[in-house]
Write a protein that binds this ligand. Structure first.
Ligand SMILES: NC(=O)CCC(=O)C(=O)O
Length: 314
């Protein structure tokens, strides 16, 4: 694995304004790859297999490569702490080294799925973004932790183990402006709206939905976030046969700005490579200008008594 150097240090922020971002990225058409990896209980095997998938993706022409939620570690409370790495300690973070080396070796942007991260005695579910120079360009800590209790079906409480993130994450890459969320973050439209308002072209959600909620909601959530905000949404999941006893839905998908599915897959291990045509964003926003049609002034209930008092006093 290559030298990491200062790969794990976040750059000083050079954020563009939303209106600057509304200009299309230099390359209007790019390829994106979604690596639906089968996650094993041996960390090193996951690193080797993911590295191989990134190579396949890059050789297929992908400029952005997305990995799944928890791809170096089974999605299981028995593994998160054991597999966690301190990203700031370069000697003890083989996964960060790998992502940095792979991004610079192929000259691509990697949305590095998510990994268990140790920081100051806390555990986070964290996604790291690397640019073609191999440097860390953003770090998103899962904001909305997945706590679920469906009697007779599934009980899982991420908040028993993880601390939630407290910041939204948007990053300007040479292949478009990317908003980042992790799995359960997709259920919160406010986050996607914020990214759209800041000028994101695509929102990437590494995710590991389970079979209980996935069938009904996984595709619906992605298409809703894309259609509401008229931008691209990409998701990347581990495959169903991943270790850990949590039944994963799979179905990594790319959705376009009218809510259309551009590419998807089943639940097996697979690398999906698909084309993004960023000009579709402008076209969709021109055809149906939701932003201009919005009535921000009336999305609130007016207290009728207050209204009456106000009218009487006039
Ligand atoms: N890993 C997750 O955040 C799972 C989210 C999920 O399945 C859901 O229904 O929400």
């Amino acid at each position: 694995m290559g030298e990491m150097g200062s790969a794990s240090k976040l750059p000083e922020h050079t954020m563009l304004s939303a209106s600057e971002r509304l200009e299309l990225p230099k390359s209007v058409k790019i390829k994106i790859a979604l690596c639906q990896l089968s996650v094993r209980s041996e960390k090193n095997q996951n690193l080797v297999r993911a590295r191989n998938m990134i190579k396949i993706a890059a050789e297929s022409g992908a400029r952005i490569v997305v990995l799944p939620e928890m791809w170096n570690c089974p999605y299981s409370k028995d593994f998160f702490a054991k597999f966690a790495e301190d990203f700031d300690n370069e000697d003890s973070s083989p996964t960060i080294s790998l992502l940095s080396e792979a991004a610079s070796c192929h000259g691509i942007t990697i949305i590095g799925g998510s990994l268990p991260e140790w920081s100051n005695g806390r555990l986070y579910n964290t996604s790291c973004v690397f640019g073609p120079d191999g440097k860390l360009s953003a770090k998103h800590r899962k904001i909305h932790l997945f706590d679920v209790d469906i009697p007779g079906d599934i009980t899982f409480k991420e908040s028993d183990i993880f601390t939630g993130g407290d910041k939204p994450t948007i990053v300007d890459t040479d292949a478009g402006c990317v908003g980042v969320g992790i799995c359960h973050d997709i259920r919160f439209p406010e986050l996607a709206m914020l990214y759209a308002a800041k000028g994101a072209h695509i929102i990437c959600y590494p995710g590991a939905f389970n079979i209980s909620t996935g069938e009904l909601l996984w595709e619906l959530m992605q298409r809703s976030r894309a259609a509401d905000n008229q931008l691209f949404v990409a998701t990347c999941s581990p495959s169903r046969d991943s270790c850990g006893g949590y039944a994963i839905w799979g179905h990594s998908t790319l959705v376009g700005p009218s809510g259309e599915i551009i590419a998807t897959t089943g639940h097996e291990e697979n690398v999906i490579v698909a084309e993004i045509d960023y000009s579709k964003i402008k076209l969709q926003r021109k055809s149906i200008p939701l932003d201009k049609q919005k009535r921000g002034d009336i999305y609130q209930f007016v207290d009728e008594c207050e209204e009456e008092k106000h009218q009487n006093s006039e």
